[in-house]
Design a binder for this molecule. Structure first.
Ligand SMILES: Cc1c2[nH]c(c1CCC(=O)O)Cc1[nH]c(c(CCC(=O)O)c1C)Cc1[nH]c(c(CCC(=O)O)c1C)Cc1[nH]c(c(C)c1CCC(=O)O)C2
Length: 351
């Protein structure tokens, strides 16, 4: 059996994969975006003295950090510890992740000559990913590992702006001003992203999530014209590999149907749209993931439980539901509040 087949059979009956397939579940599965990270003291300790990108290339550290939230919170899935810019770094783009800032690109991509720097990704460029996932799935046993990548639009935003951006003005200037160059850029990113996801699936990831974190900056018509073809290409590339495909972005209430249509099996929803309304927008044949506001975790326990109960109630309209936050865990979150939330969702839904 290949690593992928072996892992698919081990994790097949997990609550997480059942929910993704819209099958009946023993309890609602839970995991948290950014569950590994600064909310955990053991993460801060493990990362001491190692830069973010460097730690992503060390299989021992990746394995330890990925397992930390599974051990502590008893979540139903692990997410591979990495970052969306890792495949870009792997093909030689000069970039770094600045603490408290995010990814910063030394020479932003703005002309057709700049595109030459985006060569295809070869699996050998990311041997450390294959190695880390091989170690991880042994440790995880029947707990599924979620692989992930950044979607073409969100990666393009970092590459074109040169760093994080609130309004994405240079990205939009390129998109509207030179649609051909834009399409070429997104197509190259789609191929890099597809190759990166395939490496993770071949090594044993049981599901994949495509993060289009910043695509909520676009109106639906522009999403359809300028972004959807590239994201659809990624989903198509990993269709038929036997792993559910999750698609998530922030502020994407008006895009939920299109993000499903792009080829997702599970649509991630932020906290701005209740899941019953999200189910109506997404339509039949998809599961939903979400969507407790991460800031709710700073409220007293009773308030967290009341809000979580609202999420679970609204989720009854969905054909399948994976409980998550509406975006990543905030770094100053009390980790005990997360552990209690996992217990609460499990106990409310039958575990
Ligand atoms: C937009 C985006 C990025 N990276 C990612 C996204 C998409 C998800 C989202 O919308 O949040 C994806 C990502 N980045 C990281 C993960 C780890 C897996 C997990 O969810 O537990 C995942 C899934 C680790 C990380 N990626 C980063 C950290 C913090 C680095 C540190 O600990 O110093 C972690 C744990 C750095 C990073 N990298 C990025 C940002 C915005 C930041 C935060 C900057 C900061 O506040 O310091 C880009």
């Amino acid at each position: 059996m290949s690593a992928n087949e072996q892992q698919t059979s081990r994790t097949h009956d997990s609550a997480f994969l059942k929910a993704c397939r819209r099958e009946p579940v023993p309890h609602t599965p839970v995991w948290f975006m950014r569950q590994a990270g600064r909310s955990l003291p053991e993460y801060l300790k493990a990362r001491e003295g190692t830069a973010m990108l460097e730690s992503c290339m060390r299989p021992d550290l990746v394995t330890e950090i990925t397992l930390q939230p599974v051990r502590r919170h008893k979540v139903d899935a692990a997410i591979y510890f990495s970052d969306i810019v890792v495949p870009l770094k792997a093909i030689g783009v000069d970039l770094d992740i600045k603490p408290g800032v995010g990814p910063v690109v030394a020479d932003p991509i703005r002309t057709s000559a700049d595109l030459d720097r985006l060569r295809p990704l070869d699996p050998d460029d990311v041997k450390y990913v294959t190695e880390a996932i091989g170690m991880l799935v042994q440790e995880l046993g029947s707990t599924p590992l979620i692989g992930f990548a950044g979607a073409p639009f969100t990666l393009a935003s970092y590459l074109v702006e040169g760093g994080p951006s609130r309004s994405h003005e240079r990205t939009k200037a390129l998109m509207y001003g030179d649609p051909e160059l834009w399409a070429d850029l997104l197509d190259r990113l789609a191929d890099i992203t597809s190759a990166f996801l395939k490496v993770q699936i071949a090594a044993g990831a049981s599901a994949v999530q495509l993060f289009d974190s910043w695509v909520g900056a676009l109106a639906p018509d522009d999403y359809r014209r300028y972004v959807m073809p590239a994201s659809a290409k990624v989903f198509e590339a990993v269709a038929g590999l036997g792993v559910p495909r999750i698609h998530f972005g922030v502020g994407t209430g008006e895009l939920l149907n299109l993000m499903g249509e792009a080829g997702a099996d599970v649509v991630g929803v932020d906290w701005r749209v209740p899941l019953d309304e999200a189910a109506r927008r997404v339509g039949p044949g998809k599961a939903l993931q979400g969507n407790l506001d991460p800031a709710v975790l700073f409220a007293p326990r009773e308030a967290v439980e009341a809000k979580a109960r609202e999420v679970l109630k609204a989720a009854r309209s969905a054909e399948g539901h994976v409980f998550n936050l509406g975006h990543g865990v905030l770094p100053s979150t009390d980790p005990d509040a997360l552990t209690r939330l996992v217990e609460f969702v499990h106990s409310e839904t039958g575990a």
